[in-house]
Design a protein around this ligand. Sequence first.
Ligand SMILES: C[S@@+](CC[C@H](N)C(=O)[O-])C[C@H]1O[C@@H](n2cnc3c(N)ncnc32)[C@H](O)[C@@H]1O
Length: 280
Amino acid sequence: MADSEWDKLTTDYESGLWINTFLQLPFLESKLKRFTEERGGAPWAVLDVGCGMGKHTLMVLKAGASYVLGFDVSKNMVEGAKMATDKFLHSQALAGSPKADFAVASVANCSSIPGARQGTFDLAICVYVMCNLQSGEQVKQAIAEIYKMLKPGGKLLIYEAHVLEYMKWNAKPEDPLTNNIAWGAPKEDGTKWSYFEDEGKPRQVTLRMNSEQEITFTNRVYTLSSWFAWILEAGFQITEFREPRADLESIPADAPEFAKQAAKSLLEMCWECTKPLKSP
Ligand SMILES: C[S@@+](CC[C@H](N)C(=O)[O-])C[C@H]1O[C@@H](n2cnc3c(N)ncnc32)[C@H](O)[C@@H]1O
């Protein structure tokens, strides 16, 4: 597989993104808690799509998953995820402790990862991955591939930057106190990015990580109607759609001002998709 633009971003990505701690993690943790309770102690298997450095692989293992298959198109990210997970599993070396496997693979054909069995996963998580694919067609194909991997009744959680907020990221704000956690390259013709016209167009996006380093990569975003259509066309039911916001009271007083500003925005969107018990 060709090198990924994410291969060189592992060190800074590992430092985290300030806002995730207050916005994304509480939401995902509460979902996983409910998921664990619903299983009532039965084993459950998770597919961590685009696992990056393994942040969510560890989260699902800590939540009680019995097995995780993490995969990513970046070889270096997979190595990082594997190292972090091995360290965690080693520290937990008890009889019946969970297991994890990793693979370098694209979500566009994840149903053919060697050794991975279709129809065996209870949950798939896909956090900030689809925006990295190269077209809407690929996103559609990716959702269909994940569908194949889930058991009937299995769930897919898709988490993405909110398309409306994303359209506002026009350039790095000069005032350091404004929301400059994330910004996008301006359009070459000087016009603003547009919700309908610029759907699926490549854009350089920069994130300021907790290491204070900036990482830049290519993203594409899609209208809400495309997202809903692709998820439903794959055969999923949409059992929840949320636009989680940060609980401003949970933001520590000593947080950087730009992070407090960012927390006020509609930053993210999340779908819980359920594979019906009976195929249509
Ligand atoms: C923003 S990071 C998110 C990583 C992880 N899900 C997390 O939340 O920490 C995006 C990840 O998607 C991966 N990625 C990009 N294209 C992919 C593809 N076609 N298939 C699988 N992973 C992909 C990148 O290598 C990168 O690790």
